[in-house]
Design a protein around this ligand. Structure first.
Ligand code: SAM
Length: 229
């Protein structure tokens, strides 16, 4: 998908896109200066036009350092949080990634540019359809969409090399560990309904290793292995 990054950088270049400057500042100030170092990740954030994922009424805030309201009471996460989670996931051109919580599709687009194939699950059909439209607009075609309870993972395409969850869970859902390849990584906010810790889980031959990457605030993961509705 390196070609796709190049294509988007051209299509949404400084010359063609009035939001380019704001996007560049977002990458340099909110991401690089805060410690995001993976150049491919930074490039993907420059290539993906975040404003097209933000509802029209909020578009002028698209590159602000904040989460933004979406539909169905859900949110599009703060750019830095998306970048940190994607960097922790260690995506690359060979990996198959499961994303839980498609939301607007913004993070899905970033993941698609950095991985071989993305499988994304959302509980609201309206959001899944919205995201599908946006990715079509960008001609991104290595994403499979599904509406359902992503707390159960998605058996159909398992095993995955990485699982990224953009909603807060009480613990790591058991099915994720079964659906993950050895050496695979899960990035997931774990805590209560309101506050969580960002956790990176690595599946090793001896079991699992957990790393903690600071506090975060996500909407709850609702489902069998998440919170009750
Ligand atoms: N990463 C998204 C973006 O870039 O727009 C934002 C995701 S939003 C913070 C979290 C999403 O998780 C919401 O769209 C919510 O509906 C979804 N969600 C919550 N529980 C879920 C579940 N069990 N399965 C799938 N999606 C779920």
């Amino acid at each position: 998908m390196i070609e796709k990054i190049k294509e988007l950088l051209e299509r949404y270049s400084e010359k063609n896109d009035k939001y380019f400057k704001l996007r560049k500042e977002m990458v340099e100030i909110q991401l690089r200066e805060r410690g995001i170092t993976n150049e491919k990740v930074l490039e993907a954030f420059l290539a993906v036009p975040r404003h097209i994922f933000v509802p029209e009424s909020r578009r002028s805030f698209a590159y602000d350092d904040t989460p933004l309201p979406l539909f169905e009471g859900q949110t599009i996460s703060q750019p830095y949080m998306v970048a940190l989670m994607v960097e922790l996931l260690e995506p690359d051109e060979k990996k198959h990634i499961l994303e839980v919580g498609t939301g607007s599709g913004y993070q899905t687009a970033i993941l698609a540019l950095l991985s071989k194939q993305v499988y994304t699950v959302e509980r609201y059909e309206s959001l899944s359809e919205y995201a599908k439209e946006k990715l079509k607009e960008l001609s991104i075609d290595n994403v499979v969409f599904h509406v359902g309870d992503g707390s159960e993972g998605w058996m159909d395409f398992a095993p995955y090399d990485g699982i990224i969850v953009s909603a807060g869970a009480p613990d790591v859902p058991e099915p994720y560990l079964e659906q993950l390849n050895p050496g695979g990584i899960i990035v997931i906010p774990i805590g209560d309904r309101f506050y969580q810790d960002l956790v990176k889980v690595i599946k090793t031959e001896k079991g699992i290793k957990k790393e903690y990457h600071g506090p975060c605030v996500f909407v709850p993961l609702i489902g069998k292995y998440g919170f009750k509705d």
